[in-house]
Design a protein around this ligand. Structure first.
Ligand SMILES: C[S@@+](CC[C@H](N)C(=O)[O-])C[C@H]1O[C@@H](n2cnc3c(N)ncnc32)[C@H](O)[C@@H]1O
Length: 282
């Protein structure tokens, strides 16, 4: 199976999340698609049932991760002088648009597999949003060389300026060993910059969680819906820290956004949080 075929099953979920960002006022109508609206309406009964019977609110979970990543990015720009951002696996996320509007000094490079990158490029161009400060490039996080490799994307950046890399909704679609290869290659690229860090969401394997059985069921469902697998990585914050350090990062912050729900403007979640936001520094 080619790499392209291997990972393309994940791309439809980008349409679903894009619709969630739009519905919650985080995005412009330009970012939504018919498929996003359709998949959201198909999944609505499932989301209702998991809220009603298991206290698991999928949309709230997605918003927690999205808004926590935003909060870390605001802080990196305002307090740590970050002027270059690379958002890999950007899908139809509106973050690049929101942040380039807010921070005129920022250069924002969005990246995704070639088909999605082309779609995003056309979307931004159509709306007059594409330019020197907001670009899109094709990247396959597993490409070891060539035009779609990380090396090729990072060659377009200024190594003397701090850089921040984001992935959202990507890492749990791959087995740990495979995603660690990406993180190791990413850390190698980031080591060439004056200052660099990486932010990602991550769903750990929280076996002690009171809803563990339902979570496993939900994870299997996501796997089926995306015609692939969905993997939970690491048992706790300590294991996450060790895992990222083994990939080449020097310091790792693991945030449970559910503990910051009020600051993020979201309702307090029932029960322990499921998603973590990891901010790994070189
Ligand atoms: C669940 S979507 C998330 C999109 C967006 N980050 C969001 O949160 O709305 C996953 C994205 O990962 C992209 N993707 C899948 N495999 C990839 C790979 N090997 N390299 C880069 N991007 C990939 C898909 O094309 C898709 O846009």
């Amino acid at each position: 199976m080619s790499e392209r075929v291997l990972h393309s099953h994940i791309s439809p979920s980008a349409h679903f999340t894009a619709y969630v960002w739009y519905r919650r006022g985080l995005s412009d109508a330009a970012f939504i698609s018919t498929f996003g609206r359709f998949s959201h309406s198909v999944l609505r009964p499932v989301m209702w049932a998991s809220r009603r019977f298991f206290d698991l609110d999928l949309e709230n979970m997605l918003l927690l991760r999205h808004l926590q990543i935003d909060a870390c990015l605001h802080c990196a720009i305002e307090n740590h002088g970050v002027r270059q951002v690379v958002e890999i696996a950007c899908g139809l996320s509106p973050r690049g648009r929101r942040f380039t509007q807010r921070y005129p000094q920022l250069r924002y490079m969005e990246a995704d597999l070639p088909d999605m990158a082309e779609r995003k490029r056309q979307l931004l161009a159509r709306n007059g949003w594409l330019g020197d400060r907001h670009q899109v490039t094709a990247v396959d996080v597993f490409a070891q060389h060539g035009v779609n490799s990380l090396a090729s994307a990072f060659a377009q950046l200024d190594r003397d300026e701090p850089v921040l890399v984001i992935t959202e909704g990507l890492v749990n679609y791959f087995p740990r060993k495979q995603i660690e290869l990406f993180w190791t290659r990413l850390a190698g690229e980031l080591s060439a910059f004056s200052a660099a860090s990486y932010i990602t969401d991550l769903y750990p394997e929280l076996q002690a969680h009171p809803r563990y059985q339902q979570i496993r069921w939900g994870v299997d469902l996501v796997g089926k819906l995306t015609r692939g697998e969905y993997y939970l990585h690491y048992a706790d914050a300590e294991a996450i820290g060790s895992g990222f350090k083994a990939c080449g990062f020097a310091a790792v912050e693991v945030i449970d956004p559910s503990l910051r729900a009020t600051d993020l403007g979201l309702p307090i979640a029932k029960g322990p949080g499921l998603v973590r936001v990891v901010h790994a520094h070189m």
